[in-house]
Design a binder for this molecule. Structure first.
Ligand code: 3IO
Length: 326
C-alpha cells in the first residue's frame, strides 16, 4: 500500500517507461503508406531518444481504409494514415489536389498539399492533430487490355476513387470505386479490367502479373493524411510535440521523393521482368483526352462555391504553389 502511494505521487515521467503510441495503416506493409510510416516511427523514436515507442499496424489490422479517420477520433489508434479519396465528400477542400491541374510528381504534390492544408486548416481535420500529408505520383491506367484510344476505354470497368474516379468517368470508362487493398481480388475475379493509380503498385501489389498494359495519362494524384487523436497529442510532452511538428514538412517531402523514385524502379521491373507494355497516347488522341478534362475544374469550383468553400482561390493557390515547387 505504501509503495503504491509513493509511486502514485512520483512524477509520471520518472516511473513510466516510454510513451506508447499505436499507428494504424490500411494497406500491406511493403506499400508506400507503410514505408513512410516506418520511416516516421524510426525518426520519432530516434529524435525523442527513446521517450516514445510506436507500434505500427499495417494491412488494416487495427483500422481499415474507410474507418481510419473515425477510428483515430475515437482513439482506437493514436495515429492513422488515410487516403482522402476514399471519403471524397468528407475532405472537400484538400481533395482539390486531385483536380487535373498539372501536378508533375509526388514531391511537388506533397508540398503543395501541405501548404494548402496550412493555409485553409479545413474543418474536416478540426478533431485531430495533422502530423503530415502527402500525395501519390500522378495516376496512369494499368490494364489487362491495351488502351490506346477513348474508344478502347469506353465502358471498361476500371478501379479508382475520388477525384481519379471523376476523371475516368469523363473519359467514358466504367469507374468502380473501392479502396486499394480490395483491388487485387477485384482484378483476379475480373470485376475490374484494370486500375487507375500511381505506378509503384505495379510492383508493390504485383499488378504487373495481371496488367500487362500501362496507358500514360499522368493525372491525377491521390491525397493522404496522417492524423493523431487529439487527446493522445495533448498528453505528449512539449519536446515530443516539437519533434513531431518539425517532421511535418520533412516527412511530406521524404514520402514524395520516395514515391517518385519507387515509381521509376517499379516500372523498370515491370517492363524488364514482367513484359509490361507502356502506351503513350498519340498527340491527337492526347488532345481528345485533355479536352474532356476541361470542364472538371470549372464544375468543381461551381459546386464548392455553393458550399461556401473559396474554390476559385484554392485553384489559384494550387497553380501558384506548383510553380513555386517545380
Ligand atoms: C495507394 C494506396 C495504398 C497503397 C499503395 C498505393 N499507391 C497509390 C495509392 C493511392 C490510392 O489510395 C488508391 O486507392 O489508388
Amino acid at each position: 500500500m505504501a509503495s503504491f502511494l509513493l509511486v502514485g505521487m512520483m512524477p509520471s515521467k520518472a516511473v513510466a517507461g516510454p510513451i506508447k503510441l499505436k499507428y494504424a495503416n490500411f494497406p500491406p506493409a511493403p506499400t508506400f503508406p507503410c514505408v513512410q510510416m516506418e520511416r516516421w516511427k524510426k525518426e520519432v523514436e530516434k529524435r525523442t531518444k527513446g521517450k516514445v515507442s510506436i507500434d505500427t499496424f499495417p494491412g488494416g489490422t487495427l483500422l481499415k481504409a474507410k474507418q481510419m479517420m473515425d477510428g483515430v477520433i475515437a482513439g482506437v489508434a493514436d495515429i492513422g494514415c488515410l487516403c482522402m479519396a476514399y471519403q471524397p465528400g468528407r475532405f472537400l477542400m484538400t481533395n482539390a489536389i486531385s483536380l487535373p491541374l498539372g501536378i508533375p510528381n509526388a514531391t511537388v504534390g506533397s508540398l503543395v498539399l501541405w501548404d494548402l492544408y496550412e493555409k485553409y486548416k479545413p474543418k474536416a481535420f478540426s478533431k485531430v492533430k495533422v502530423l503530415t500529408m502527402f500525395t501519390t505520383a500522378p495516376s496512369n491506367i494499368m490494364s489487362k487490355i491495351p488502351i490506346r484510344t477513348l474508344e478502347d476505354l469506353k465502358g471498361v470497368p476500371i478501379r479508382a476513387s475520388g477525384g481519379a474516379a471523376q476523371i475516368l468517368k469523363a473519359w467514358g470508362a466504367n469507374r468502380v470505386g473501392m479502396p486499394m487493398p480490395q483491388t487485387p481480388e477485384a482484378l483476379q475475379k475480373g470485376v475490374v479490367k484494370g486500375l487507375f493509380s500511381s505506378l509503384e503498385v505495379m510492383k508493390d501489389f504485383k499488378f504487373a502479373e495481371l496488367c500487362k498494359y500501362v496507358t500514360m495519362t499522368q493525372v491525377p494524384v491521390y491525397p493522404f493524411a496522417v492524423v493523431m487523436n487529439m487527446n493522445s497529442w495533448n498528453k505528449l510532452p512539449k519536446d515530443v510535440q516539437k519533434v513531431m511538428d518539425d517532421l511535418r514538412v520533412e516527412q511530406a517531402r521524404w514520402t514524395g521523393e520516395y514515391m517518385d523514385n519507387h515509381v521509376k524502379e517499379a516500372m523498370a521491373w515491370s517492363v524488364k521482368k514482367q513484359g509490361v507494355k507502356v502506351i503513350t497516347l498519340s498527340p491527337e488522341e492526347q488532345a481528345r483526352w485533355n479536352k474532356l478534362l476541361e470542364p472538371i475544374v470549372y464544375n468543381w469550383v461551381q459546386k464548392m462555391m455553393g458550399k461556401g468553400i473559396p474554390a476559385q482561390q484554392i485553384v489559384t493557390d494550387i497553380r501558384t504553389l506548383i510553380q513555386k515547387y517545380q
